[in-house]
Design a protein around this ligand. Structure first.
Ligand code: PLZ
Length: 451
């Protein structure tokens, strides 16, 4: 199959915002009532509109509302929902066979995805990959690999970091509520050091923040005890924090100089999201290991760890795996998604989204002093909201604006340690007029709420 036309990528979903009921509408409201009685209260919902169809930049709900999708299901449907190249791969594979377990009787799709990951991730050294089901599982396995390779135990993560919700990854994740609260005790040998958060670092630059972090590692942990340093090149759940220039590269260099495995968690920032295949490339960093998930397979659950052959192969046979890891249907989806990204120049699409969003948001920041910072790259862009004239977080305004966008048919997400960051993760198939319309609705929200 050759790359689908724009029309085909939209999957027959009209690319327009159209509200035919209030949000949520009556059918969604009825479903949400059933959800409350059937689904654990621990599983939250940001916007209880129930989706029946999606494509391009639009989500269609059970009441017939067409909403603009500025979240991609948290950075997952980068290639667009139901991208024809994903659909074709999945349909063929699901009709051929659905599962054998790669560890029992393997199949080529798994190997092909690993070959693609080895080729597309930064660095031209020899690499190996292993596939898993979720981002958290990939991060756990990166820790296992780093420990097996280095024969050390300590794992260093940074402030505002997010790596998942399993027991080990809760320990790696910074924020207590809602991720960790009441779920301890957490895994040992995890240490947190400063990140670089230019908006809040009181003028300290990237390299200076790296020096503070490195000194902490040397004095409080001992570099020789550290198996891995795990960092997101742009921190996602922490608030779309883009580190000051030089921080990320300095942390990677310190790891290399000290025999520490440098792990880039690119689960949110990977696969053309930032206008590069991987956000590490921006600083020219070649990670030892890279964890991927989300955008890899157009919505099918798949995750990977890719890295230096000698590290990946340091684990004893049978030490990595899982029943479903690299499921054949998920692999077929990934092969379709990755091929689409290569054929359409997905990085160019991400940069085009940035070119629309950043100037528009910057001019809004001049009008509305509540916008303290505009940041991000490609289709991973955010604004940080503060009490005007300060850097005090304004989470209430973020929540109110989010609600405003939702009520007007734009699916937006907030993020951040302080809950005050408004993040934008549109699919790369988002038509520019819809993107502009979403920003106009946001701007109207500021006009009514941020005076
Ligand atoms: N590492 C950098 O962004 C997932 C979490 C949403 P899983 N982020 C969205 C939520 O509230 O659970 C993420 C990430 C980074 C790891 C993960 C974990 O990926 O596929 O959710 O396990």
């Amino acid at each position: 199959m050759s790359a689908p036309t724009t029309q085909e990528v939209h999957g027959g979903v009209p690319q327009e915002r159209r509200l035919v009921t209030s949000i949520p509408g009556p059918r969604s409201t009825a479903l949400q009532a059933r959800k409350v009685n059937a689904v654990s209260a621990g599983v939250g919902v940001t916007l209880p509109v129930y989706i029946t169809k999606a494509g391009g930049g639009v989500l269609v709900d059970v009441d017939g509302n067409h909403l603009i999708d500025m979240g991609s299901g948290i950075a997952v449907t980068t290639v667009g929902n139901a991208n024809p190249m994903v659909v074709a791969g999945v349909q063929q594979q699901v009709a051929d066979f659905t599962h054998t377990c790669f560890m029992v009787t393997p199949y080529s799709g798994y190997v092909e995805v690993c070959e693609a990951l080895n080729r597309l991730t930064p660095g031209d050294h020899e690499k190996r990959s292993a596939l898993f089901n979720s981002g958290a599982e990939a991060v756990e396995n990166a820790v296992k690999i780093a420990r097996a390779y280095t024969k050390r135990q300590a794992v260093v993560v940074v402030e505002h970091g997010y790596h998942g919700r399993t027991n080990l990854t809760m320990a790696l994740t910074a924020k207590s509520m809602p991720y960790k609260h009441s779920f301890g005790p957490f895994a040992p040998e995890v240490y947190r050091v400063p990140t670089s958060y230019p908006f809040r670092d009181r003028g300290l630059k990237g390299p200076e923040m790296a020096q503070i972090a490195i000194s902490r590692i040397e004095k409080e942990i001992g570099a020789g005890n550290v198996a891995a340093i795990i960092i997101e090149p742009i921190q996602g759940e922490g608030g779309f924090i883009v580190p000051g220039d030089g921080y990320y590269a300095a942390m990677a260099q310190f790891a290399t100089d000290n025999g520490i495995v440098f792990v880039a968690d690119e689960i949110q920032s990977g696969f053309c999201r930032t206008g590069d295949w991987f956000a590490s490339e921006y600083e020219g960093v070649v990670p030892d290991l890279i964890t991927t998930a989300k955008g890899i397979a157009g919505g099918m659950p798949l995750a990977g760890v890719t890295g230096r052959a000698e590290m990946m192969d340091a684990v004893h046979g049978g030490g990595l795996g899982g029943t479903y890891g690299g499921n054949p249907v998920a692999c077929a989806a990934a092969l379709g998604a990755l091929r689409w990204m290569e054929e359409v120049d997905a990085n160019g699409l991400a940069k085009a989204i940035e070119a629309v969003m950043l100037p528009r948001l910057r001019s809004m920041a001049e009008r509305f002093p509540a916008i303290g910072d505009v940041r991000g790259r490609g289709a991973m862009i955010a604004i940080e909201l503060v009490k005007p004239g300060t850097i005090d977080p304004d989470a209430d305004l973020a929540a109110a604006l989010n609600k405003h966008c939702h009520m007007h048919g734009v699916v937006t997400l907030t993020t951040g340690t302080y809950g005050n960051v408004f993040r934008f993760l549109p699919p790369l198939t988002m038509p520019v007029p819809l993107l502009e319309e979403a920003l106009t609705i946001l701007e109207a929200g500021f006009e009514s709420l941020a005076t």
